[in-house]
Write a protein that binds this ligand. Structure first.
Ligand SMILES: C[S@@+](CC[C@H](N)C(=O)[O-])C[C@H]1O[C@@H](n2cnc3c(N)ncnc32)[C@H](O)[C@@H]1O
Length: 274
């Protein structure tokens, strides 16, 4: 039986819907516990007090973080989630927006072969003001961006971050020194020839260069728990950053954590014509 808290918090018993299983599959986990925050704790301890300010969730999927922030006590002052999958944004608008007038969801109509194949552009500016967010979260998003779009979106995230803000993000990383055939302009590895955004692994040195170019400094680094898997980084604007953290060696044990194999038409899930 699926066990999950249906409530906003201990003091508020209105029901917060849970995304359907086919959407949870699209974002990589159907485990209900990762959509739930029954104790109302700070969901993003690495952000400190910023967890209660204005939060931008790049690649918000079906509202995993939003749902937990709706349960957080206190909630953030404003939350904006943005994703390219129309069906998941529609579900979030219909089911999560009504829970709080300060929670908003935006569809970004950019191309993705599996999730948004009809779009004509690969990158779009975020439709929000510069320096307007205390915190940005991009969990398991840069692990699905091509090299050209990753640079664009790093710069967009840097643009909308307030001085003193922080940006939590995850990456798959490798060392290009081990791949002598790679050109200077080739800095990412792609595992899936049908859809290269299925999982993307970036060169460690390229990431450091890209962050410097975007004006961001790594101030916290959590190495992966499985070798080569998610690195968790906290990035801060160079003008207000704390001490730089070292991108340590990846000494985690080896393991197998493949991305989900997608259904035939993932883009149609949750949309009118699905
Ligand atoms: C693995 S899912 C993670 C979703 C969510 N962050 C979470 O942790 O549950 C990756 C999400 O990033 C979104 N995404 C990928 N590229 C994007 C882009 N260029 N613009 C907006 N969303 C994007 C996908 O549509 C998908 O919902």
């Amino acid at each position: 039986m699926e066990m999950i808290s249906q409530f906003k918090s201990a003091s508020d018993n209105s029901i917060i819907p849970i995304p359907p299983v086919e959407m949870r599959q699209l974002v990589g986990t159907t485990d209900l516990a990762v959509f739930d925050n029954p104790t109302g704790d700070n969901v993003l301890p690495l952000l400190g007090e910023r967890s209660y300010g204005e939060i931008f969730d790049f690649g918000c999927g079906c509202g995993r973080l939003a749902r937990k922030l709706l349960q957080q006590n206190p909630r953030p002052k404003r939350y904006v989630g943005l994703d390219l999958h129309a069906g998941m944004i529609k579900w979030c608008r219909e089911n999560l927006e009504p829970c709080d007038p300060n929670f908003y969801f935006i569809h970004s109509n950019v191309y993705n072969k599996g999730f948004n194949p009809q779009a004509e552009v690969t990158c779009k500016e975020f439709p929000v003001e510069s320096k307007s967010f205390d915190a940005i979260v991009a969990h398991s998003v840069f692990t699905h961006l091509l090299e050209s779009t990753a640079m664009f979106y790093l710069q967009e995230c840097a643009r909308i971050l307030k001085p003193g803000g922080a940006f939590l993000t995850t990456w798959f990383l490798f060392d290009k020194a081990d791949f002598p055939m790679m050109q200077t302009f080739q800095n990412a590895l792609y595992i899936n020839e049908e859809d290269p955004t299925n999982a993307v692994i970036f060169d460690r040195a390229w990431l450091k260069m890209a962050l410097a170019e975007a004006g961001l400094v790594m101030t916290h680094v959590s190495p992966p728990v499985v070798r080569g898997f998610h690195w968790e980084l906290r990035l801060e604007p160079v003008e207000s950053a704390g001490n730089e953290a070292e991108l340590v060696e990846d000494l985690a044990p080896r393991g197998h954590v493949p991305p989900p194999v997608l259904t035939v038409h993932p883009y149609s899930i949750g949309s009118e014509d699905s």
